[in-house]
Design a protein around this ligand. Structure first.
Ligand code: CDP
Length: 218
């Protein structure tokens, strides 16, 4: 069998810091990175731009199938509005099905890959050599998200952001299709009391240990 590259699956709830960790791990280990949340955000964005309802299944599937990664306007996709809208379309099983293949083929690159999302370790890459589930308290996540949105010029109110986070946690964990949950073989990393450097150092150590165990270069 040909030697497969190192696949790192990073999952966790909204604003847990998984995106930053995934980006930094990808740079550290020289791997391509896919933020799968952007796929759901872009699907929701296409629907809103077309004046469609977020629960219009046919339009949502069409939007998901028609995504072009290179056209993503990240600044817009990362807005608070699209965070909320994306979790609505992400609960539609047909939308998830339409996005599976693109994610799996990204992960199947010979050099390996880092993917972050909600269901990477459970559904998209169940055989990933390294799985990390990143968590933090809802209050800490709301603080981080408020800072992030404010730094991009979005008007924010901490109490509303905390509400968004709690609602999204509930929707992402409670849906029937690929709910947010920790994979049996994932390592949990609680970043509530860790700054980004400390969280990165912990994640890097987990990758090295798991990659070595799996016989992959770490
Ligand atoms: O950055 P943040 O954690 O707030 O969200 P995101 O990772 O960009 O994901 C936005 C939404 O997409 C989530 O609330 C999920 O509902 C959905 N999502 C998902 O269902 N599965 C994934 N693999 C990634 C995101």
């Amino acid at each position: 069998m040909p030697e497969r590259g190192l696949v790192i699956a990073i999952d966790g709830p909204a604003a847990s810091g998984k995106g930053t960790l995934a980006r930094r791990l990808a740079a550290q280990f020289g791997l391509p990175h896919l933020d799968t949340g952007l796929l759901y955000r872009a699907t929701a964005c296409a629907l809103l731009d077309d004046g469609r309802a977020l629960d219009d299944i046919r339009a949502a599937v069409e939007a998901a199938r028609g995504l072009a990664l290179c056209d993503f306007d990240e600044a817009r996709l990362r807005s608070r509005e699209l965070g909320e809208a994306s979790s609505v379309v992400a609960a539609i099983p047909q939308v998830r099905a339409a996005l599976i293949e693109a994610q799996r083929s990204f992960a199947a690159r010979s050099e390996g890959a880092v993917l972050d999302g909600r269901d990477i370790g459970t559904v998209i890459c169940p055989d990933a050599a390294v799985k990390i589930f990143v968590t933090a308290s809802a209050e800490k996540r709301a603080q981080r998200r408020a800072l992030e949105l404010a730094s991009r010029g979005e008007r924010v109110d901490y109490a509303h952001i905390l509400e968004d986070i709690r609602r999204r946690d509930e929707r992402d964990s409670g849906r029937s299709s690929a709910p947010l949950k920790i994979a049996d073989d994932a390592v949990r990393l609680d970043t509530t009391d860790l700054d980004i450097e400390a969280a990165f150092a912990a994640a890097r150590d987990i990758v090295r240990e798991k990659a070595e165990l799996a016989g992959k270069v770490g």
